[in-house]
Design a protein around this ligand. Sequence first.
Ligand SMILES: Cc1cc2nc3c(=O)[nH]c(=O)nc-3n(C[C@H](O)[C@H](O)[C@H](O)COP(=O)(O)OP(=O)(O)OC[C@H]3O[C@@H](n4cnc5c(N)ncnc54)[C@H](O)[C@@H]3O)c2cc1C
Length: 454
Amino acid sequence: MERSAVKTDAIVIGSGQGGVPLAVDLAGSGKSVVLFERAELGGTCINTGCTPSKSFLAAAHTAGRARSASALGVRGDVTIDFGATMERVRGIIASFREGVQRRIESAGVRCVHGEASFVDAKTVAAGEHCFTAPLIVIDTGASPAAPPIEGLASVSYLTDKTFFAQKRLPKRVVVVGGGYIGLELGQGIARCGARVDIIQHADRVLEREEPDVSDVLERALRADGIALHLACDVVKVARSGDAIAVTLSNGTVLAADALLVATGRVPNTAALRCDAAGIALDRRGYITIDDRFHTTADGVYAIGDVAGQPAFTHVSWEDYRRVKAILAGKERTRHDRVLGYAVYTEPQVGRAGLTLDEARASGIPARAVTLPVTNIARGIEWGQELGFYRLVVDERDDRILGATLVGYETAELVHVFIALMEAGATWQTLEQMVGIHPTYGEGLPSLARLLVHG
Ligand SMILES: Cc1cc2nc3c(=O)[nH]c(=O)nc-3n(C[C@H](O)[C@H](O)[C@H](O)COP(=O)(O)OP(=O)(O)OC[C@H]3O[C@@H](n4cnc5c(N)ncnc54)[C@H](O)[C@@H]3O)c2cc1C
């Protein structure tokens, strides 16, 4: 069917963390903007990612802390009303989603609810809607991958897309994948009261982190009663009465009431028909971009997960700020920034910049020091002694290159390093800081002082 394309100034595909503010700002600058969205407004973060997972973990970790408070002499049975917890989670999703809708409407962005695909490098269509623009920005994100497990399609399994719709807690849950999503949700489910088995292909959880990070996490997960099956794969799943029989590569067969698959993510590029626009994809299907987020098609940019950027909400959001600056003629690239991230297990992992191995692999002569949390008064006093703080510095000029903090609320604490690194600070700046006693923050100058005689 021949469709005539309506002219507009800009098209944004995907209402993720970068797409929405970009569409709103472009409309605010007087441009006519069309935003395509094939699912709920707000993207992964709001609907199935950060927002629901952290709202869920708020309940699970509160229960976990209350239970472990028996070591402080605090007594009492703690149970979680799973239905009420998930109702609250869905309420927060709905309110965030409504906020996005209000923002889009009040900015005058035209929203097309439909799956967008390219007609050519200047034209995008969804159903009977077809628009053409000199500027197109793709922010279509990623979706959970389905691993090649025999029988997987024949059982109804959970992913982050469906997990938060649950009303009742399954009694036995097998989590496939020991990355951050598997660990956060797995620990949360265990703390809600279910039996949890985590199956991990690598020989340690969070295999992209340093081995002692994995070690701390494994101790914490086992303390929550989670069974870890490391260096192991799920080879087959099958319905077995009301349960799911999960066969592992080591021959073990687990009975589960629910299977949660968290084995990575794939970019949402299949529906876009990038070939029609001359937009190149890499061999894993991510959109190829240059330093300035430009794709191989003139006037077409890509940001966030779909462009193979570090898959975090704050990265997609910061991508939008940079594309906006680039479109305004400023000299920005996607590389001149310090990135951090966190894993919201208990204990948390807060990361900024480079690890020692990463620094050395990129040719920087670097050294690192490590302070166990057991050396920090606050950790001992509050009974939260699991973890360590690590600082990586450049041996040539003493500048801070990175930090790994494993411990209580380290996702907050690691921001000190992100700010210091943005400022180009040396470890001596941190060493001179007078920390407040007794805090975890007081451990940071103590960590830097290990370099004085090192
Ligand atoms: C369980 C979980 C927990 C997470 N926790 C965190 C966290 O704590 N912190 C953090 O920083 N990150 C977290 N993330 C990652 C974070 O959610 C993503 O990195 C982020 O949402 C990516 O944003 P984006 O803008 O790239 O795309 P998305 O937010 O994924 O948005 C893409 C949008 O495009 C739409 N779309 C796709 N294809 C089309 C098409 N053809 N036509 C129209 N619309 C289309 C999709 O429906 C979607 O709405 C988590 C992810 C998950 C799954």
